[in-house]
Design a protein around this ligand. Structure first.
Ligand code: ZN
Length: 438
């Protein structure tokens, strides 16, 4: 099963659109089910209408930018229990992004459903509205319902384009091409004959894509405590790292694991893969959003959720592989994952508080707010240091390369020097030695 899952994932990345709107196309077998999925345009209108109906809790802004004639815009919806709450720094800040890959329509539908629930228009099965309101009162939430609008348009036009993957365009370990041969997964040795690292498209540079630039700006200004990048193609709850086959060390990492295990048990019936993206999927991914959020933006809870995948679908049937095609499954997925988000909204602040107090008791200091605690614990927060850390990080990569070259050339020089000395010694000594018998 593990073999099949991973095999599918690799094919998916090769055959279906992951794009932000530049180059080559494929076709899909199952057409988009319009009874379940809105068109991108109608979707955006529905989101805006929802926000318009709840001006006391929801606000929105559209951020636009362009790079060499390629334009992108992203709508960001902000939720606060009151207009004032949005600016309250003591609240738990959550940033969620949906639809980073144009083919994964179900993720944007989830964003709309979640916004409908938190605005009170839609009720969730088995959810007590009083406890929901109490949970929501402690947070400020920013939702990007459709990160990749251009990619989505192309998918809807029937083109399954493949251009720059927005989830490879971030700066952490950017641009590396993974060499995948074989590895051990669920007791099987898996060989990826289908994975071609040269088909990975991270863009010409980190943040070359307008969409990624906008997301960096939003996350940098907002400084979230929780980030979730929502995708489909499988059922999984991932945490850093994507570019290493392991999770980070320490208390934050343990906390993230606890949360994900609980979410898996409560909302995924234990089916979800849980762990580091790089260690669980079977290949390392470089330049991902979640690794950036964790490593550079210092978001203490950085996740990637994979909310649905059809393992039985043909590998050429993109829509069916990534999206439920019947109403029952569609609703089941939306309900399960809205439940997962509410759980995580409730657990997140509690877990941070618990970390804060364990850290406080360890060093005897009483820390006042989550941010103060994190500043001490993580040392850098992106609002003040993010850019510097990022530049430093890129600079460090170059310095490491130069240092290795320097070391190599020093060793070579030493070797040449030593061999010259021993040669000259030998020629110098020989006459004396040969002179002894005389
Ligand atoms: Zn995806």
């Amino acid at each position: 099963m593990g073999y099949f899952l991973v095999f599918i994932l690799i094919w998916v990345s090769l055959l279906c659109s992951v794009v932000n709107g530049r180059n080559l196309s494929r076709s899909s077998f199952t057409p988009i089910n319009r009874d379940l999925y809105r068109s991108g345009e109608v979707f955006m209108e529905d989101i805006k209408a929802l926000v318009g109906r709840h001006p006391d809790r929801l606000t929105m802004e559209t951020i636009k930018t362009q790079n060499k004639g390629y334009y992108a815009e992203i709508l960001v919806v902000t939720y606060g229990s009151s207009a004032k709450a949005i600016y309250d720094k003591s609240k738990f800040r959550v940033l969620l992004s949906f639809g980073q890959h144009g083919r994964e329509l179900i993720t944007s539908e989830l964003a709309l459903r979640l916004l409908s629930i938190i605005s009170g228009e839609h009720s969730m099965p088995n959810m007590d509205p009083i406890s929901l309101n109490s949970t929501l009162s402690k947070l400020v939430l920013k939702v990007v319902p459709m990160e990749n609008r251009n990619g989505r348009k192309l998918v809807e036009d029937g083109d399954h384009w493949r251009g720059v993957d927005l989830n490879r365009n971030w700066s952490v370990d950017w641009g590396k091409k993974e060499k995948v041969s074989s590895y051990l997964h669920s007791n099987f040795f898996v060989t990826h004959l289908d994975y071609d690292p040269y088909e990975e498209n991270p863009g010409v540079a980190p943040f070359s894509e307008p969409e990624t630039q906008i997301m960096r700006k939003v996350s940098g200004a907002f400084n979230p405590h929780l980030w979730v990048n929502v995708h489909s193609g499988m059922e999984a709850l991932f945490m850093p790292y994507d570019h290493k086959n392991r999770t980070p060390d320490g208390l934050l990492s343990d906390t993230m694991k606890f949360i994900l295990k609980d979410v898996n048990r409560l909302h995924c019936k234990g089916r979800c893969l849980v762990g580091s993206g790089g260690g669980s999927v079977g290949y390392l991914a470089h330049g991902t959003a979640t690794d950036y959020m964790y490593d550079v933006n210092k978001v203490p809870m950085s996740f990637t959720f994979e909310i649905y995948g059809d393992k039985e679908a043909s590998t050429k049937d993109c829509f069916k592989m990534f999206n439920p095609i019947d109403l029952k499954t569609y609703n089941r997925v939306l309900n399960d994952w809205c439940g997962a988000f509410v759980t995580i909204f409730e657990m997140g602040p509690r877990r941070l508080e618990a970390m804060k107090s364990s850290n406080g008791s360890a060093d005897g200091n009483k820390l006042i707010s989550i941010d103060e605690y994190l500043e001490g614990y993580l040392m850098e927060r992106s609002s003040r240091y993010g850019k510097r850390v990022e530049v430093l990080e890129l600079g460090m990569q170059e310095i490491r390369t130069y240092f290795r070259l320097f070391l190599l050339s020093s060793v070579l020089l030493m070797f040449m020097f030593c061999s010259r000395i021993s040669k000259s010694k030998y020629t110098a000594i020989r006459p004396i030695v040969s002179a002894v018998p005389l």
